[in-house]
Design a protein around this ligand. Structure first.
Ligand SMILES: Cc1cc2nc3c(=O)[nH]c(=O)nc-3n(C[C@H](O)[C@H](O)[C@H](O)COP(=O)(O)OP(=O)(O)OC[C@H]3O[C@@H](n4cnc5c(N)ncnc54)[C@H](O)[C@@H]3O)c2cc1C
Length: 479
């Protein structure tokens, strides 16, 4: 074997995964077909759960120190959810994808993981022991496992012949990074009487410290084939159709058309090959969820591949990747569909639809509705199906960040091992059976006992008799 895991694609998903494999103590090679990192402006919004996951690896503070990334308010279908603002330790934040990728690449390099660029994967074969990947440059890499993080047009997915059902892109809207007149930094979705709309959200600042905004726009007759370049005049016209002369375009930095294609791989696992990120799911980027879902796929998969390489993974562990992550992206695809409809992206002006939207907007003034929608898009409401979820409200959910005196529990997850919170100091003996895989902490604190997986999800709580089976279920045979 040249490496334990070959990660194909150095976007946010692949880079996060390579980092997770390093945390898990296994070797990884990360390849990308591009000669240098993409400068395309894509994601702008980073959800609470993604930030929390970065924090659990000690990466959030250094990432935030690389620029000015304002916290904002989550939205659903362009309707802001102000009552959710202080709900999470890490509120929704604007961090451009290019900044995240630059930061992750540097972080990996500091750990001697360098992206092998100019490596376009063109072939794979797998057998009982591993996967052989071949490249356009004539290179060959043999690994135990391969992860396809090679984006929406995934070569690996095509080579596998993996099913990727869904809807092709039938319509487009414009997304552009701009500087606008005025200094309003709020997220807004504004619609004119005749169906034209503009969504604006803050995107941090440009190198001169001036505020940048992401605008998306559409309306009747504005769905133009993807290949047609977006012009400055088109953006000005789109702004004028909605804001009149109130908002002016000062500078157009970047623009593209995005489609409403929506697809998801039927299976995330194909033997020793796994699909993650956009290679596994694509959808219209509404509500800042694509990159976030990909990064969280990587967090889910990394420690499981590590366990398999180290030889302690229980037989079912690698299959839980599909079982846990497929429903998450399926739910994202559905909420994106609903948002796209409610936003009347094509500006149909259908009175029935507008009536439904008005009713929906009225409902979103209710706190519980805002919380429900926020749970959905922030990632904080993701609950994985696990033994114990029926009886224990915490099991399957992201672990709370517990105050354990000198440290927070999230800081302890930096080790990449599981964490047993044992306030009454009762579980020393049982934890000692998994010394290389699970740490024990929290003795003498007033917290609730719980077992947290390396990816930060609670996998046992409360029932003492169920602890040993839970340890075996997630961390394999005792040593
Ligand atoms: C305008 C826009 C706005 C968006 N806004 C948001 C947002 O606010 N929040 C959010 O969460 N998401 C957003 N998204 C979605 C987000 O950009 C994607 O979900 C994200 O890029 C997916 O990351 P990935 O690593 O899975 O794939 P990618 O970023 O596509 O990376 C795939 C990598 O694989 C490489 N590759 C491809 N084929 C091969 C091959 N054969 N061999 C080797 N390497 C290969 C590519 O060069 C690339 O570097 C937005 C997208 C767009 C277009």
């Amino acid at each position: 074997m040249d490496t334990d895991v070959l990660v194909v694609g150095a976007g946010p998903t692949g880079m996060t995964l390579a980092g997770e494999l390093r945390v898990a103590g296994v070797s990884a090679v990360l390849v990308d077909k591009l000669a240098q990192r993409s400068a395309l402006s894509k994601a702008g919004g980073v959800q609470s759960r993604t930030q929390e996951a970065f924090d659990q690896r000690g990466l959030l503070e250094p990432l935030l120190a690389t620029g000015n990334y304002p916290a904002g308010t989550a939205h659903f279908a362009g309707i802001t959810l102000p009552l959710t603002r202080d709900r999470h330790r890490h509120p929704w934040r604007s961090i451009p994808q290019v900044a995240i990728e630059g930061f992750l690449e540097q972080h990996l390099a500091a750990q001697e993981i360098h992206v092998l660029r100019d490596h376009e994967l063109t072939g794979i074969t797998q057998d009982e022991d591993g996967v052989t990947a071949t490249f356009a440059n004539g290179g060959v890499i043999r690994s135990r496992y391969l992860v396809a993080a090679d984006g929406g047009h995934s070569t690996v997915r095509s080579l596998l012949g993996a099913e990727f059902p869904g809807r092709p892109g039938t319509e487009t809207v414009v997304a552009a990074d701009v500087r606008l007149s005025g200094d309003d930094q709020a997220m807004t979705h504004t619609r004119s009487e005749d169906g034209h709309w503009v969504l604006v959200f803050p995107l941090g600042t440009d190198p001169q410290g001036r505020p940048l905004r992401r605008v998306s726009m559409g309306g009747p007759g504005r769905s133009v084939p993807r290949e047609v370049p977006v012009t400055e005049d088109e953006i000005r016209e789109g702004l004028r159709a909605v804001f009149g002369s109130q908002v002016e375009l000062l500078e157009l930095c970047y623009a593209r058309r995005i489609t409403n294609a929506a697809r998801q791989a039927t299976r995330y696992r194909h033997g020793r090959v796994f699909l993650a990120g956009d290679a596994a799911h694509v959808h219209l980027p509404i509500g800042a969820q694509g990159m976030n879902t990909g990064i969280q796929d990587a967090l889910n998969l990394g420690w499981k591949l590590g366990a398999a390489v180290h030889g302690w993974a229980p037989g079912h562990l690698l299959d839980t990747y599909h079982a846990e992550r497929h429903p998450v992206a399926a739910a994202v695809l559905r909420n994106v569909q609903a948002q796209s409809l409610l936003m009347d992206q094509q500006g149909t002006g259908d009175p029935d639809l507008l009536a439904a939207k008005d009713l929906f907007a009225a409902l979103t003034r209710l706190r519980d509705v805002q919380y429900h929608l926020d749970d959905m898009v922030s990632g904080m409401g993701i609950r994985y199906p696990m033994p114990g979820t029926e009886d224990q409200p915490l099991v399957g959910l992201p672990a709370p960040d517990l105050d354990l005196g000198p440290v927070r529990s999230h800081e302890l997850l930096r080790s990449g091992r599981g964490l047993l919170i044992d306030p009454a100091g009762r579980f020393a003996e049982v934890a000692a059976l998994w010394p290389d895989r699970v740490d024990r902490a929290g003795q003498g604190t007033g917290t609730e006992p719980m077992l947290i997986r390396p990816d930060g999800y609670v996998c046992w709580a409360g029932d003492q008799d169920a602890l040993e089976p839970a340890l075996g279920h997630w961390f394999g045979e005792p040593r």
